[in-house]
Write a protein that binds this ligand. Structure first.
Ligand code: SF4
Length: 313
């Protein structure tokens, strides 16, 4: 049997993260059009056992032990399968055992089962929980996430709210933006809903890897920026735009270039802010020209202001 433990991988949200794939096959409550793991084979809301929990815990702790011997530190053990991790009926027990070993545990969930009491209780064990909200109006939610038939976005949002009220760890949200969707009204509704969850960080993303459906592409940079601004107006500076959550360091670039690039990988920057950063480093606007000519960034105008924005790859 191959190990369900992988990595560690660098993650912009989680630092160095040791991944746990606690669900077998492509088993999910959603069948998102942009899913990088392909189409969902088993679309379900039935929680069940995928692995022997003792064996899975042992696999994680052995890997951590090996890494420690190599002098490698990890920030989180992260449950991030090719499907929905809360479908694993033992997820709370597994997370508790890993925590007891002195490690921090995170879970990247779509949050669609948080209306269930046992799922709220299991996810409550984690130090960090990330939930997904790509749309809040039922029609768009069904187009983008293609959920299990009997799920309801209203119930899911209520479950997320109930969870956020009692959860003592760090709550993150992620919103994937795709092409051919009119976000004009949706962005405001999303921002309202996300604000009500009081997350500590809010991530906007675009697809960067081959999606389940070939028609899916990243939206225009203008769309990303308009949603980003709507979110900022309502949620404030906890909003980040991630062009690639798993991207490592920009080692081939000079320091000023690297600094600007790492900032615009999470925040679009107004050109006057870029100038300020470059001046502090004794660098000039040629850094911006280089980033643009290398295809790493682009300048776009939005609401009468110029922004430097990371190009998705
Ligand atoms: S929720 Fe995650 S794993 Fe499930 S289909 Fe969507 S992107 Fe893929």
């Amino acid at each position: 049997m191959s190990s369900p433990v992988f990595g560690p991988v660098p993650s912009r949200r989680l630092g160095r993260s040791l991944g746990v794939n606690n669900v077998t096959g492509k088993t999910c409550t959603y069948n998102c059009v942009y899913c990088q793991a392909g189409r969902t084979e088993d679309l379900t809301i039935r929680r069940r056992r995928f692995y022997d929990p003792e064996w899975l815990i042992d696999q994680v702790l052995r890997r951590v032990d090996e890494l420690e011997k190599q002098g490698e530190k990890i920030d989180y053990v992260t449950f991030v399968p090719n499907g929905e991790p809360s479908l694993d009926i033992n997820v709370g027990r597994e997370a508790s055992a890993i925590k007891e070993a002195g490690l921090r545990v995170a879970i990247i969930s779509n949050g669609s089962l948080l209306w269930m009491d046992d799922v709220r209780s299991d996810l409550g064990v984690f130090d960090l929980v990330s939930v997904k909200l790509d749309a809040v109006t039922p029609r768009l939610w069904r187009i983008i996430n293609r959920p299990y038939l009997h799920l309801s976005i209203k119930e899911i949002i209520n479950g997320m709210k109930a969870f956020s009220e009692t959860f003592s760890g760090e709550l993150l949200t992620e919103t994937m933006l795709i092409n051919n969707i009119d976000y004009a009204i949706e962005a405001k509704l999303l921002a309202e809903t996300i604000a009500s969850l009081r997350p500590s960080r809010v991530y906007i993303m675009v697809p960067v890897r081959p999606p389940a459906e070939q028609y899916v592409e990243p939206p225009s940079t203008k769309t990303v920026l308009s949603v980003y601004e709507r979110f900022r107006e309502r949620i404030g500076d906890k909003v980040y735009y991630l062009t690639d959550p798993e991207e490592g360091s920009f080692t081939a670039l000079g320091s000023a270039e690297r600094e600007v690039l790492s900032i615009i990988s999470v925040h679009p920057l107004r050109l006057d802010q870029v100038v300020e950063i470059l001046e502090k480093r004794g660098a000039g606007m040629d850094v911006v020209d280089k980033l643009v000519s290398k295809g790493l960034a682009t300048i776009i105008e939005y609401m009468g202001r110029k922004y430097l924005v990371r190009r998705s790859r």
